[in-house]
Design a protein. Sequence first.
Length: 398
Amino acid sequence: MNTILTIKERNNVLLSMATLIRQEKDAILDANKKDLDSYNGEDLAMEDRLKVNDAKIEGMITSLEELASQEDPLGKERFHFSHDNGMEVSNKTAPFGTVMIIYESRPDVTVEAAGIAFKSGNKILLKGGKESLNSNLVIVDLWHRALKEHNIITDWVTYLRFNRQETQEFLANPTEKIDLIVPRGGERLIAFVKEHATCPVVVSGRGNNFVYVHKDADKELAKKVILNAKTAKISACNALDKVLIDKNLEGKEAFLKELTGLLRESDVEILADEALKGLDGTAPLQNEDVWYEEFLDYKIVLGETESLENAVAWINKYSGGHSSSIITKDQQAADTFMVNVDAAAVYHNASTRFTDGGQLGLGGELAISTDKLHQRGPIGLQHLVTNKWYIHGAGQTR
């Protein structure tokens, strides 16, 4: 375990890294072009996540500068107790130690995840996908330069150039102690990590997010939210896949006609359940399993539901436990939905696209967890910590 650095040392490295990314922008973009040129382009969502442009570079810089401005997450007292025998007992936040993140295609994760891990006092092992290797190696080299500028060993940020077999062996028999693993990617990757890991795993799981249009919905607002959640960024885990329409929505037929028209204008493939079959421009569902799928594509399912209670039950059965939204003017209905839907983030009259560390005030995220331990939803700087008990005595015995 590396000795914990002072908050000044950690912040200085983050600011140096931000400066280096700004200075070496062209080198990052050139490396990314090599990755894009080598990519076969079969997966539209993965290609979108792989691509680095000026906006993503600025996002990397901003995330590092925001991290450097945030309070130290370490040593925060969470509990204090004065024992009858005179001992002073406290519980404080502490780093995990070594965190491993396994991810696909996104070079910006190499900046953001490493930044959050480093600021929270953790060593990070980065295992990116082969499709983003050139981009990742340039970025990791910049991390090492930033560390060296402040005479800090480069072991704090390590990139693992492993193939699938080597990764499996490392997970089962790590050559160093790993305290936490975070897989970010599809269900196959998550299952692979859970099968082979010998330490705790925090799952950054699938989306398959839902919007429920309640019978008392503002229909114009509903169309705006659905269109944004579905089409703004199809490669994001917070994108929308399923829409449930209350059968008692006034003007339902006209609403559906307008909604499907807007979706078709955005080249979205529309599947409809049995109750809504026959809608213009829609195709029938082939089987029930489609309700479980995360699409990461220009594709959506429209279904009809009998009531708020049925909508909640349907979402809890099929969704990925990531994000769900209710569109309604009825505050009581919204409260019931938000309390009872089993998801990391629940919304009222807003797009699921806001489930993101930066958007929810965390300044970035290591991942978005669909687990309930130890953190649910975006894992920010203040969440990538464990805790430790400190007991001060004067010879007390029991």
